[in-house]
Design a protein around this ligand. Structure first.
Ligand SMILES: *Cc1c(COP(=O)(O)O)cnc(C)c1O
Length: 466
């Protein structure tokens, strides 16, 4: 074993060989490059110790150079890269949730690349509010008296509980104690805010009398939480917002609604069940409503809070708002996204999340045929390609169990399994994400953006065995 260790090439030999292959790496900081090369050989030493590598000739630099180069190349690439989402899941949290509208991306670029009047009132030259304009837009669209914006919806829920419920009890139905992916759990956020959760009802059924019976001297609020990523079906009852608002009024308690996704639009005309819109929840009288900016709304990461003026004023006065504040790039993108919502038809056609959710099945079938044609021409028989009617999902914990009809392009690769193909496509330029259905690797045109078909073909050409 010690002889194997001694036969490893020197750092200088490795660097010289790498720079001959990749001359542009000469501009990389040398200590950084050395650390990466050292990390590669540390892995090889582990292989030697574990008996996975026993022959000295397997360790020679010429044999190892291609793998060493790939290892270094992968470490030199930026961590955050463009990937192609062909999974058909529109709001995919692992792939950055919503894709911004062109107008929103351009606004974020403007805010990023230069100075802006973020907190400057150009009418007076004095200090302005970074939020004033988006808050006005949110009120106009939602019909709420007041609005504010924080970093994300988890922050919004934390701020609301900290402001209204600290040191007291919040009544929530047992059927709504939801965990969102990435370990956001309502009971845990509540604990962090210093409020005590008072669960009422049963998992499947909660009645107004359950809330009423739980109200006591330390009750601070009644809360409803959208059961974003699951559905209770069968023998089920939840209390409607109007009834809960009436109960709150009777006892002088605020009613808080965490809508999760939150939408300004109704999608029942495109095959998705009627979900309460932000406007309808405001009209029903909720004192405070919170939702995300980057789920169904289709904007940047944001936590949006709307509600009655005194309630929002109390939130604003909480020093936590400073710790939860939204950054200027997201704020710029949010303003541009909200402007599109001033004309709902325009929002539907130019906010990518809305466009993808509402794409017509015939349009998706046409795009699937076009993609299949391109792939057949490009991949000359290296995969069998067929079309299949199937379903896509909205994702992001929105509209669970709702199928959106689509047409998939399914590939059965020759010379490797679909599972191996899926794995190889994680390492193409750019990586291509699709879904495995039985023994086929499938692409859903719903989430492919304009111009991405050519990149799909290139990635598959790179990944399929020759
Ligand atoms: C997604 C979600 C959250 C968290 O929102 P983020 O914007 O991801 O912080 C909170 N509550 C509900 C019900 C959700 O669906």
């Amino acid at each position: 074993m010690s002889q194997l260790f001694r036969s490893l090439p020197s750092m200088d030999a490795c660097l010289a060989a790498l720079l001959r292959l990749e001359p542009t790496w000469a501009t990389q900081p040398r200590p950084f490059l050395r650390d990466i090369v050292a990390a590669y050989w540390d892995g090889v030493r582990d292989d030697i110790r574990a008996g996975r590598c026993t022959a000295p000739e397997e360790l020679a630099l010429p044999q190892r150079l291609p793998a060493l180069r790939d290892f270094v190349a992968s470490r030199l690439r930026p961590r955050l890269r463009h990937v192609i989402n062909a999974t058909g899941v529109v709001i995919h949290t692992n792939m950055g949730r919503s894709v911004l509208a062109g107008e929103a991306a351009e606004a974020a670029r403007m805010a990023a690349a230069g100075y802006s009047n973020l907190e400057l009132d150009l009418a007076t030259g004095g200090r302005g509010s970074r939020y004033a304009l988006v808050e006005e837009l949110i009120c106009r669209i939602s019909g709420a008296e007041a609005a504010m914006v924080v970093n994300n919806n988890a922050a919004a829920v934390l701020l609301v509980l900290d402001t209204f419920c600290k040191g007291g009890e919040v009544i929530v139905s047992r059927g709504e104690l939801v965990e969102i992916g990435g370990s956001f759990r309502i009971p845990e956020i509540m604990e962090k805010s210093g409020a005590t959760l008072r669960e009422v009802g049963a998992t499947n059924r909660t009645h107004l009398r359950d809330y009423a019976a739980a109200i006591n001297g330390s009750t601070k609020a009644l809360m409803r939480v959208h059961t974003s990523n699951y559905r209770i079906i069968g023998f089920h009852k939840a209390v409607g917002l109007e009834e809960l608002v009436a109960l709150g009024r009777e006892h002088g308690l605020p009613v808080i609604e965490d809508l999760g996704s939150g939408s300004f639009m109704d999608f029942s005309d495109c095959g998705l069940p009627g979900e309460p819109t932000v406007q309808s929840v405001v009209r029903a009288g909720a004192d405070i409503v919170t939702f995300s900016g980057d789920k169904v709304l289709g904007g940047p990461q944001a936590g949006i809070i709307v509600g009655r003026a005194e309630a929002v004023a109390a939130l604003r006065a909480n020093p936590l708002t400073r710790a939860l504040r939204q950054d200027k790039l997201c704020l710029a993108a949010l303003e541009a996204t909200l402007r599109l919502y001033l004309d709902p038809e325009k929002a539907r056609s130019s906010v990518p999340t809305l466009r993808m959710m509402t794409a017509a099945p015939e349009e998706l079938a046409r795009r699937a045929r076009a993609l299949a044609r391109l792939l057949r021409a490009r991949l000359d028989g290296r995969a069998e390609i067929v079309l299949k009617k199937d379903a896509s999902r909205v994702g992001g914990g929105s509209f669970p169990e709702c199928d959106l009809p689509t047409t998939l392009v399914c590939l059965r690769p020759r010379g490797c399994s679909a599972t191996v193909l899926k794995q190889r496509l994680l390492d193409t330029a750019p990586p291509l994400l699709g879904r495995l259905e039985h023994d086929a690797f499938c692409l859903d045109p719903r989430t492919l953006l304009d111009g991405e078909n050519a990149l799909v073909a290139r990635a598959l050409d790179e990944a399929l065995p020759r």
